[in-house]
Design a protein around this ligand. Structure first.
Ligand SMILES: NC(=O)c1ccc[n+]([C@@H]2O[C@H](COP(=O)([O-])OP(=O)(O)OC[C@H]3O[C@@H](n4cnc5c(N)ncnc54)[C@H](OP(=O)(O)O)[C@@H]3O)[C@@H](O)[C@H]2O)c1
Length: 385
């Protein structure tokens, strides 16, 4: 049995990971769980599996857990706690399901300590992909993608010789507004944007899916993970979310990866790789499919995707700037401080107007410092908007 750490245990990725524990045999024991605000759910999860380590954001949360937990667990706090668990010699494999750049510290230290990281969080790779890859390579750590499209590409790339592959294709459901006319985009509310047609996910990634910023982030993520230039990474709208990724070969052949839109499948693959587990409940019935359709992206409707391609071409530190600004702008939209149409506008404004003094390279603190500077800058832009 290996020891598994689930960071962001109370979220959509964390809950899907925990549901895999019902599989038999599941060769992992839960060693640590982390959460931010959902303490009741964390307590339930911890008690069910008698998890020895729990990490929470604040001292008050730790105090609440100490008072209410029915058994004695070690409770760690904040970034220091996340770092401590990432460095713990008994913590072997990590599922990183914390959203946003908050996940960078534990991901960095887990890789620095040579661990396997099943990485759902994409923000870390976007902002600090070269740093994470470099330390993983130096220290023997592994990054196995959990994002369904990247899990698909990771599997497809194992099938073919690299020099035969011309293009990577990522599919996008198109989000809830794919059939909407752009004229109606001013009527989009947080409630409407939070209704994703095929996936049930946390609020940040769901809003990013509605603007296609998420797909833009995935282009950068694919560039970082697989070392292809952005011009060789294409996005295709595929509303059914059955094909998750394709590779196009030099002879024009396409190889596709298909599965049900169920995050338990890529999570299980990242945990079992290079083996596969029996997941019979997820098998895809091709006869039941009503058809698979594909459409081009309309960049007028989805300018955020264009911004992502631009920053992917420019390279560091622009992807970090875009990612940090997006965290703030999405929160502002959810808090109704700005409209849906203002999301890409404010992202573009941040990219154009933010002046950076350093290009982070090789030093974690520099990435975190730049992130904070962008956060402050974007908040000011929102106040003026
Ligand atoms: N959901 C998916 O299907 C999916 C697919 C592909 C990639 N991803 C990526 O996976 C990551 C997680 O997505 P999700 O949908 O699972 O998000 P989510 O449902 O919002 O869950 C986020 C988790 O992280 C915790 N968290 C959030 N902010 C935190 C902070 N500042 N400090 C410590 N913990 C924090 C939350 O704790 P509390 O709930 O206790 O506050 C929760 O456990 C994202 O980066 C997303 O892009 C998700």
């Amino acid at each position: 049995m290996h020891n598994l750490v689930i960071l962001g245990a109370t979220g959509s990725i964390g809950t899907s990971t925990l549901s895999l524990l019902e599989l038999s045999p599941f060769p992992y024991k839960i060693f640590a769980l982390s959460a931010r605000s959902n303490l009741t759910k964390l307590k339930e999860q911890a008690e069910r599996y008698k998890v020895p380590y729990l990490i929470v954001e604040r001292e008050e949360s730790a105090h609440w857990l100490r008072k209410n937990l029915s058994y004695k667990a070690e409770i760690l706090i904040g970034d220091e706690g996340l770092k401590e668990i990432a460095e713990h010699p008994q913590a072997e494999v990590f599922v990183v399901g914390i959203s946003g750049l908050k996940a960078l510290i534990p991901t960095y230290y887990a890789l620095l300590n040579g661990k396997r990281v099943a990485l759902a969080n994409k923000e870390c790779l976007i902002a600090a992909g070269s740093l994470l890859k470099e330390i993983a390579q130096l220290q023997g750590g592994e990054i196995i993608p959990v994002d369904s499209e990247h899990s698909a590409l990771f599997q497809l790339l194992r099938c073919e010789r690299r020099d035969y592959i011309k293009k990577l294709i990522l599919t996008a459901s198109g989000g809830p507004f794919f059939h909407w006319d752009i004229k109606d985009f001013d009527k989009i509310t947080p409630e409407l944007a939070l209704k994703h047609p095929t996936w049930h996910m946390g609020s940040k990634i769901t809003i990013d899916s509605a603007t296609l910023m998420n797909k833009g982030f995935e282009v950068i993520e694919a560039k970082e993970l697989f070392d292809f230039p952005p011009s060789a990474i294409e996005v295709l709208i595929h509303p059914q979310s059955i094909i998750h990724g394709l590779i196009e070969m030099s002879d024009g052949s396409l190889i596709a990866h298909l599965s049900k839109p169920d995050m338990r499948i890529p999570i299980a693959y990242a945990l079992s790789y290079p083996q596969r587990w029996e997941l019979s409940f997820t098998s895809l019935d091709l006869i039941q499919l009503k058809g698979l359709t594909f459409y081009e992206v309309d960049y007028k409707k989805y300018p955020a995707l264009k911004l992502a391609y631009e920053v992917a071409e420019k390279g560091a530190p622009y992807p970090l700037i875009l990612e940090a600004a997006d965290e703030i702008v999405v929160s502002a939209f959810l808090e109704r401080k700005i409209s849906f149409l203002q999301i890409p506008q404010l992202l573009e404004k941040t990219l154009n107007e933010f002046k950076f003094s350093i290009v982070p390279k090789g030093n974690l603190e520099d990435y975190l410092e730049l992130y904070q500077e962008v956060v402050i800058f974007t908040k000011k832009l929102i106040d003026q908007a």
